[in-house]
Design a protein around this ligand. Structure first.
Ligand code: BG6
Length: 441
């Protein structure tokens, strides 16, 4: 939904994003960057940048307008065109099946993933897409940033529009989505042995504020709940013992069916994917007693004086990326894949010259170097490196002025202008980096 636009075209149903109104500093989601009509031009730019992989999302409500009814052939035809156009340019497509945009009809009728009906509908959609595209798409992700469904953000992004934000509801949505993930993982491995499927989370490494053992404990515990718990399910087929014990101790009641453990046990991810933007710091003394572990960051998210920050206060921490890659590979022994990495910057275009985004170049260079150290010094197996939003798109909170691209898109939050694509200075730098497979940094 951050690229395509065409929110009402060719039979697309509405998703929860399509009905979000614009605010003073945010846009709506109707046009995005109009990639639905301009994908040939956008792929030409990616090809010119020497990108050899592109991660895209198949929008559920474009393909199944009400989420669980008839398939929309015009929607599938769009993804046929898009994927063929990638391949024609030597760009390997990676497909993600869900990027927070629940079909509105399922959100209204079933409260989204609160219901097993929605899990079945999603698995039906996912299986149909994998069956249709498996000959051309060999890399699949199921849920974007799956661990965010385990934080308060879940109520903004899961399509669950009603409710009290209770802890059992949060765990219910998390469990239901993990079942859907496991079923699609098993489907792929049983049906298409040459196709790879992985889990994907927002990996924010958690640092303790100081050496107080209470803070060390809180940081470790939060990492277990937010990160390891999912990876354990993807790779080992069961939740983290510590999280499971917590669910029991806290008496969290949610729908757990007798066969669920078997369903979870069927999965074995081919790789672990994640987004990496920043690290975070916790201070145990700021977390009120009794706070559920997955909400620690809501109470304590300290500034890290050792690293600079972006304009949005996100810590710029390349060594954190090396830590994450090496830790994940050492712990799970499956290839790892950073599939989002980048920096948001406010930028204005003078209408003539390429934007000088040296800060973006510095950010990506340092992170690619950190990844190389994880690979060549620490021995991690890494499948690739995907930057986030290498053509400007509205940020996940719909702010078009938080730009990530190597290509400027000429639109603002409310003023669509001409949507022209204009390469920035980093475009030419990426050309050289991707063209030399990371040699010329
Ligand atoms: C991740 C998402 O949260 O990070 C993207 O998968 C999002 O949807 C990106 O855009 C960057 O975050 P933001 O809020 O700066 O756009």
């Amino acid at each position: 939904m951050q690229t395509e636009g065409a929110a009402q075209l060719d039979g697309k149903g509405r998703s929860v994003y399509d009905v979000r109104p614009a605010g003073p500093n945010t846009s709506d989601w109707q046009v995005a960057i109009d990639d639905y009509h301009r994908y040939e031009e956008d792929l030409d730019l990616m090809q010119a940048m020497h990108m050899n992989m592109y991660r895209l999302q198949i929008s559920w409500s474009r393909v199944v307008p009400d989420g669980d009814g008839e398939f929309n052939q015009a929607g599938i035809a769009f993804y046929d065109r898009l994927i063929d156009a990638c391949i024609a340019r030597g760009i390997t497509p990676m497909v993600c099946l869900y990027h927070f945009d629940m079909p509105l009809a399922l959100a209204k009728k079933y409260n989204g993933f609160m219901s097993r009906h929605t899990v079945d509908a999603f698995v039906r959609f996912g299986q149909a897409m994998i069956a249709h595209f498996h000959d051309r798409v060999k890399y699949w992700l199921v849920f974007n940033e799956h661990n965010l469904y385990f934080t308060d953000e879940v109520f903004n992004i899961s399509g669950y529009l009603k409710g009290e934000k209770t802890l059992p509801e949060m765990y219910q949505i998390f469990h239901h989505t993990m079942l859907a993930h496991a079923r699609l993982d098993a489907f792929v491995h049983q049906t298409y042995p040459d196709v790879k499927i992985g889990g994907m989370l927002a990996y924010t490494p958690i640092y303790p504020q100081d050496a107080d053992p209470k803070t060390i404990f809180a940081a470790r515990q939060l990492d277990e709940f937010l990160n390891n718990n999912l990876n354990s399910a993807y790779v080992n087929g069961h939740y983290s013992p510590e999280v499971w014990r917590y669910i029991k101790r806290a008496g969290l009641q949610f729908d757990w069916q007798p066969d669920d453990a078997k369903v979870l046990a069927q999965q074995h991810a081919d790789f672990i994917a994640f987004s990496y933007y920043r690290s975070a710091v916790v201070d145990a003394t700021k977390i009120p007693d009794g706070t559920p572990v997955n909400r620690y960051l809501a109470h304590s998210f300290e500034e890290n004086s050792f690293v600079p920050q972006t304009e949005w206060g996100w810590a710029i921490d390349p060594l954190g990326l090396r830590n994450v890659i090496t830790k994940l590979y050492d712990q799970y022994q499956v290839p790892v894949f950073p599939v989002e990495n980048g920096i948001g910057i406010h930028e204005t275009w003078d209408g003539k010259h390429p934007i000088d985004d040296t800060a973006r170049i510095d950010y990506h260079r340092a992170h690619i170097q950190a990844m190389q150290a994880a690979m060549f010094e620490d021995g991690a197996e890494v499948l690739g490196y995907l930057g986030w939003g290498l053509i400007d798109i509205p940020s996940s909170h719909a702010d078009m002025e938080k730009r990530y691209g190597a290509v400027y898109v000429n639109r603002g939050n409310h003023d669509l202008r001409d949507l022209r694509r204009v390469p920035k200075k980093s475009f030419y730098w990426f050309q050289q980096v991707f063209g030399s497979n990371g040699e010329k940094l």
